[in-house]
Design a protein around this ligand. Structure first.
Ligand SMILES: [Zn+2]
Length: 131
């Protein structure tokens, strides 16, 4: 096996851009990693990438929108960071029947992730090309 090499960030970004643009979207983080790594290996067989790194790079590409599918979590959970992109997350407030301000969910300004309090666990990510 050739030695494992870490491809440069801007190079990976080009590959990610190209893949998502041509396909329109990529369904999961795992698939993104698979497609990116396959392409990288055409340039150098030693190139490898983790799915977390591929996702982070995709997040910084303005033409790519990341959608996070969430799973219902039985407990209310306090979160400070966006589970999709790790930016600081904003609490959403609403009013209840007694006109009291209550915390109803979370929203991220950076990637658009939002959730109510019952579903804060991201299940899978989708990478969508903004056309
Ligand atoms: Zn976010």
């Amino acid at each position: 096996m050739p030695p494992r090499k870490i491809p440069k960030e801007d190079f990976v970004a080009q590959v990610v851009r190209d893949i998502v643009r041509k396909r329109g979207y990529v369904d999961t983080q795992r698939e993104l990693r698979y497609l990116v790594e396959k392409r990288l290996k055409k340039f150098d067989l030693g190139f490898a990438i983790s799915s977390g790194r591929a996702k982070k790079i995709a997040l910084n590409i303005p033409e790519i929108r990341i959608k996070a599918k969430t799973k219902k979590s039985p407990k209310m959970k306090q979160i400070n960071k966006c589970p999709a992109c790790e930016a600081k997350i904003k609490k959403l407030y609403g009013t209840n029947l007694l006109n009291k301000r209550i915390h109803i969910g979370y929203a991220c300004k950076k990637c658009g992730f939002s959730t109510d309090l019952s579903s804060v666990v991201p299940m899978r990510y989708m990478f969508v090309w903004k056309s």
